[in-house]
Design a protein around this ligand. Structure first.
Ligand SMILES: O=C(O)CCC(=O)C(=O)O
Length: 284
């Protein structure tokens, strides 16, 4: 398997990659679930959501695009890229783009309000929780060589409580080649000093939040593996704000679509930048 992130190759070898561990068997045991999260920094919950609900949402989103964007003979819920980007499409995620419209839609709001997500978040946070209103929809197609750089969420939400829980939801099947999320094993236990030097090697001068766009360099420097899964529609991963994670480039015809939403305990300070619906140009 040839993988890359932001167009930088990363070798899919046992020295650099290992599978995520499922915690689905602990779903009815909140103390055990919390212990898994404390230990691993993430919880991989295959099949937490109904596959049909996820695929319906995928279909509703891709129906907002001009038909020429989708491969002939495929359904919107397949989300298969035709290779043709309609000229009239505004830049990704800004007003007028379908992703901007979609996160404000009733269908999306209903989907993220799934009680299974809130219940699991409350079990993990140990009390009543709220979902922050800034909910991100990410969609990449092959050829864009765009992915999320290695980062920790805390660097993007450090004006509120450190007790946050991120939920990453692939909206469709998402194997590594479609651009899956990967976690750096045990990296939530590292002091930020350990990866401070990596930030200087990044490709985003002026933005100190990303750790690196080079996943192989990150793994080798920090001497740990990237944890991956062959995500299917319905799977969910939850993670703590200080685990290093990133995503892979989309190289399949099937497009990568996901949502990431964050929970905090009721009464905890909420970062003011996360109180408005997401827009790709909101600077956060
Ligand atoms: O979906 C991605 O590529 C990044 C998501 C992410 O960073 C997160 O869920 O915290």
């Amino acid at each position: 398997m040839h993988l890359s992130s932001n167009d930088v190759p990363v070798c899919f070898s046992p020295g650099l990659f290992a599978p995520l561990t499922s915690s689905v068997e602990y779903l009815n045991d909140p103390p055990a679930l919390r212990e898994q999260l404390r230990r691993d920094g993430y919880l991989y919950l295959p099949g937490l959501l109904r596959r049909a609900d996820v695929l319906r949402l995928r279909g509703a989103y891709f129906s907002l695009f001009p038909p020429a964007y989708l491969a002939p003979g495929t359904r919107p819920e397949d989300g298969v890229f035709s290779g043709h980007i309609p000229k009239a499409l505004p830049p990704y995620g800004v007003a007028g783009h379908p992703a901007h419209t979609f996160v404000r839609s009733a269908a999306f709001q209903r989907f993220v309000a799934d009680p299974r997500l809130a219940k699991t978040a409350e079990d993990l946070l140990g009390g009543s929780a709220v979902m922050l209103p800034r909910r991100i929809l990410r969609h990449f197609h092959r050829g864009s060589a765009l992915a999320s750089r290695a980062h920790v969420d805390r660097d993007y939400m450090d004006r509120g409580t450190p007790r946050t829980l991120t939920t990453w939801i692939p909206i469709g099947d998402c194997p590594p080649a479609t651009g899956a999320l990967v976690y750096l094993e045990g990296s939530h236990t590292l002091s930020p000093q350990r990866y401070a030097a990596l930030r200087a090697t990044g490709d985003r001068a002026g933005d100190r939040r990303p750790i690196s766009h080079d996943l192989e360099l990150t793994a080798r420097t920090l001497d740990r593996r990237w944890l991956w899964a062959d995500f299917a529609a319905g799977d969910v991963v939850m993670h703590v704000p200080n685990i290093i994670h990133a995503s892979l480039d989309t190289t399949t015809d099937a497009m990568r679509m996901s949502a990431d939403v964050r929970f905090v305990r009721v009464g905890d300070a909420q970062d003011p930048r996360w109180l408005r619906p997401w827009s790709a140009d909101d600077g956060s």
